[in-house]
Design a binder for this molecule. Structure first.
Ligand code: AP5
Length: 208
């Protein structure tokens, strides 16, 4: 499976990707996770990305495109990939097409997890993530439901930054819905339902 997950911040892309990884073992490549690890480890990339991420703005295409060109050529991605958070601009999508065409690994689909914005602010301000294994949970989880680790709130999950992330999504990323529709690759799932109901439809849409 070679797929792109599309959808607003908090639509549930990471949650659905985690379920696909658990069941099918396909590599999950999340630009947000890669960037957060770079910030934590204070790498050159992390130092450049941090201020954009804290403000809810996109990290410049030049940094992301090089990063993903390298990541997609690592051996594990030859088995397939679930791209989460990339591409996020038309320039990123065009660059991804060029790379995949060069590697002769076409996309099977671009899956849009569709959730109305008014449901998203609540979801993101109450999201908590595990410091140890990265599992996604909510404020109701006193400890990680997967490994028992400590939960924390992402720096960009405060209400003001969430609202800016939604504006950035609308302006820069939502045009990709038409981009992939035009290529006949768009699949849409209603993400405003319980996680397992969404997942059942995700599998049906992907013929899994
Ligand atoms: P990134 O980490 O990609 O954040 P995002 O797109 O804003 O997406 P999220 O991780 O916030 O949401 P999600 O859809 O995965 O939702 P989740 O499953 O966690 O990017 C962060 C930043 O990095 C960006 O702002 C930017 O600065 C930078 N960046 C990253 N990629 C970039 C790129 N390509 N170019 C430039 N910059 C880039 O779910 C959210 C919550 O909802 C959780 O609490 C979950 O438990 C809950 N939930 C999930 N599904 C359901 C459901 N069905 N019902 C109820 N609750 C649910």
């Amino acid at each position: 499976m070679n797929i792109v997950l599309l959808g607003a911040p908090g639509a549930g892309k990471g949650t659905q990707a985690a379920k696909l990884v658990e069941e099918f073992g396909t590599p999950h490549i999340s630009t947000g996770d890669i960037l957060r690890a770079a910030v934590k480890n204070q790498t050159e990339l992390g130092k450049k990305a941090k201020s954009y991420m804290d403000a809810g703005e996109l990290v410049p295409d030049s940094l992301i495109i090089d990063l993903m060109n390298e990541r997609l050529q690592e051996p594990d991605a030859a088995k397939g990939f679930i791209l989460d958070g990339f591409p996020r601009t038309t320039a990123q999508a065009v660059s991804l097409d060029a790379l995949l065409s060069q590697l002769k690994r076409p996309l099977d689909g671009a899956l849009l997890v569709d959730v109305p914005f008014d449901a998203i602010v609540d979801r993101l301000t109450s999201r908590r993530c595990c410091k140890d294994c990265g599992a996604i949970g909510t404020v109701a989880d006193a400890s990680c439901p997967k490994c028992g680790g400590e939960m924390y709130q992402r720096d960009d999950d405060n209400e003001a930054t969430v609202r800016n992330r939604l504006s950035v999504y609308e302006r820069s990323t939502s045009p990709l819905i038409d981009y992939y529709k035009g290529k006949g690759l768009l699949l849409t799932v209603d993400g405003n339902r319980p996680v397992d109901t969404v997942y059942a439809d995700v599998k049906a849409l992907l013929d899994l």
